[in-house]
Write a protein that binds this ligand. Structure first.
Ligand code: COA
Length: 162
């Protein structure tokens, strides 16, 4: 276990250790450790998403109400192995975006724990309604965690610039 002092010093307030099945692996959720944008884009590229202009990503992160990093603990160089962010009004509503766990670490419950950390943090912010848009192949990931699917396109509308 990491001491609360070390957790706070390296990962900021609200950081929480993530459960793993490997005793040698220490992972930490943080909502305030600064993100390196190159490292973040490398993570998102590793899960198969195309690169986005760094300047736009920086602005999108600045405008997000919550950014969660999942860090592989190292006292000198923690590595980013998971990420998600939320946009919204910060009071009533939030939408979750960019949920990713590095392929090397997938399939051992980390994505699920990250979603719990996000929802707990949003609840602490007083947010009552959370939405997300899932790729069709990932719908069951969310469904198994209690997310309700939008019923047959009756309540949802989209607009795309192109
Ligand atoms: C989706 C993702 C975040 C899941 O992370 P993970 O750490 O592998 O997920 P977990 O190990 O916590 O899985 C939790 C449960 O969801 C299931 N699951 C995991 N990935 C899934 C997927 N892509 N589709 C359907 N179910 C999935 C697991 O089998 C597991 O089921 P169980 O509780 O019955 O054992 C990760 O696979 C990822 O980063 N994918 C690429 C990016 C992506 O598609 N993000 C979602 C955008 S909408």
């Amino acid at each position: 276990m990491l001491t609360p002092e070390l957790l706070n010093e390296l990962y900021g307030s609200g950081a929480r250790e993530c459960r793993t099945t490997n005793d040698d692996l220490k992972l930490v959720f943080s909502k305030s450790r600064p993100l390196d944008l190159v490292e973040l884009e490398q993570l998102l590229e590793a899960v198969g998403w195309s690169r986005r202009p760094v300047r736009r990503v920086r602005r999108a992160l600045d405008e997000s109400i919550l950014k969660v990093g999942l860090w592989r603990h190292d006292e000198r160089f923690p590595r980013l192995i998971g990420f998600a962010r939320c946009t919204g009004d910060g009071i009533i509503e939030a939408t979750v975006w960019d949920v990713a766990v590095h392929p090397v670490y997938q399939g051992s419950g980390l994505g699920k724990q990250m979603m719990l950390y996000i929802l707990k943090t949003l609840r602490e912010m007083g947010i009552e309604r959370v939405t997300l848009f899932a790729d069709s192949g990932v719908v069951s990931f969310y469904k198994s965690q209690g997310w309700t699917l939008e019923p047959k396109g009756h309540r949802c509308a989209f607009w795309y610039a192109n």
